[in-house]
Design a binder for this molecule. Structure first.
Ligand SMILES: [Zn+2]
Length: 387
């Protein structure tokens, strides 16, 4: 009996030692993740988790209906639930069936995508989900499956999923001014967007994540080229150039012309990328706070490093309403109005909410202005009284 107890205790000690070393290893991994730099982290690109840990949810009819609309509230969902929704969209659009995508590969790919978005205030996996969900709802609302081939629908959806992969939370201006590894690697030309594409195709290069495995090399090449073109189009420094081209084409749009179609796809992904203000106020507003949080993180670092700071990122210069009014008036509304010329059905569900958001922020800006005036007057009076 005594011998057995001693043996059992010894085994427990061995188990405890094993746990200790596991914890030590895990701590090391966490610490090294914290210090990882922008590019050299190949570990993360490999799918770490087993599919069996992936919970099997069934989406209710109500959720499915909500997913088809720009009013969908992504804040209500956990990352694992967003994965289910994305998976559903690929099935629902017929992409899994039409291109014989292995459903397990689709799951593994999506898990790997989630793991390659960073935990930062704005450009995170939830943003990726929102952009893709907006694309999915636009595909439905604009009946894009009648205008585009299924390969093009696959490209639109996949570019949306991948468009901000491994975003570090500091924009191109910072990358260039701080001469980061990314800026050096891509010669200051859209360093972030180039990086998002590169990470996307590193993920596809792993057979267990390659949802394009059934395509012949020619089609794969086309998918690769167009996905890259769409992700590169999300660089806002190209906004005017892309919109000018689109406005030229939109009045006599020819859906048989490949250039016209590519340009439309670029504008569509751009619309989805910056579509938060199309959503209801309670869904849209937290995104503005998060974007400003990310901007302030950058401008604080720029100030500390003695780099130029953009006024719209400076916590001392920008306010929520002032940031939004100009962005909605000069960027969002004109872009969506151009798209309405081809798809009048989105006027009510997408452009109207934008106008309402603009008016709301305009009113707020006005109120803020008045409050500032009053405060200024008060302190002037106090100063005068002090004299
Ligand atoms: Zn984005």
């Amino acid at each position: 009996m005594l011998e057995k107890r001693v043996e059992l205790d010894a085994m427990k000690v061995v188990e405890i030692e094993k746990c200790r070393s596991d914890i030590k290893k895990l701590r090391g991994e966490i610490a090294s993740q914290k210090h990882r730099n922008f590019i050299d982290d190949n570990n993360k690109r490999t799918p770490l988790r087993d599919v069996s840990s992936y919970p099997k949810y069934l989406l209710s009819e109500e959720t499915i209906e909500a997913l088809r609309l720009p009013t969908f509230d992504a804040w209500q969902w956990e990352p694992s639930e967003m994965l289910i929704c994305l998976e559903f969209m690929y099935h629902d659009l017929g992409l899994v069936q039409d291109f014989s995508i292995n459903p397990i590969t689709l799951k593994k790919w999506l898990i790997c995508i989630r793991d390659n978005y960073r935990n930062i205030p704005f450009h995170n996996f939830r943003h990726c989900f929102c952009v893709t969900q907006m694309m999915y709802s636009m595909i439905g609302l604009c009946s894009l499956q009648e205008k585009f081939t299924q390969v093009e629908i696959l490209i639109l959806m996949t570019a949306a999923v991948c468009h901000d992969l491994d975003h570090p939370g500091f924009n191109n201006k910072y990358q260039i001014n701080a001469r980061t590894e990314l800026a050096v690697r891509y010669n200051d030309v859209s360093p972030l967007e180039n990086h998002h594409c590169a990470v996307a195709f590193q993920i596809f290069s792993q057979p267990e994540c390659n949802i394009f495995s059934s395509f012949d090399p020619e089609t794969f090449k086309k998918i690769r080229q167009e996905t890259i073109a769409l992700i590169l189009a999300t660089d806002m420094s190209r906004h005017t150039e892309i919109m000018d081209t689109f406005t030229q084409k939109v009045n006599n749009f020819d859906s048989t012309d490949a250039e016209h179609i590519t340009c439309l796809k670029m504008v569509l992904i751009k619309c989805c990328d910056i579509s938060n203000e199309v959503r209801p106020r309670e869904v849209a507003e937290p995104w503005v706070d998060r974007l400003l949080e990310e901007y302030f993180m950058q401008s604080d670092r720029e100030k500390a490093e003695g780099l130029p700071v953009a006024p719209f990122m400076d916590r001392e210069k920008v306010t929520k309403p002032s940031a939004q009014v100009d962005f909605i008036t000069f960027i969002l509304i004109p872009m969506f109005e151009a798209v309405v010329k081809l798809f009048p059905q989105i006027e009510e569900v997408m452009v109207q909410p934008l106008r309402e958001a603009r008016d709301r922020y305009e009113a707020l800006k006005h109120i803020n202005g008045t409050i500032n005036e009053v405060q200024k007057k008060k302190s002037e009076n106090l100063n005068m009284g002090g004299k």
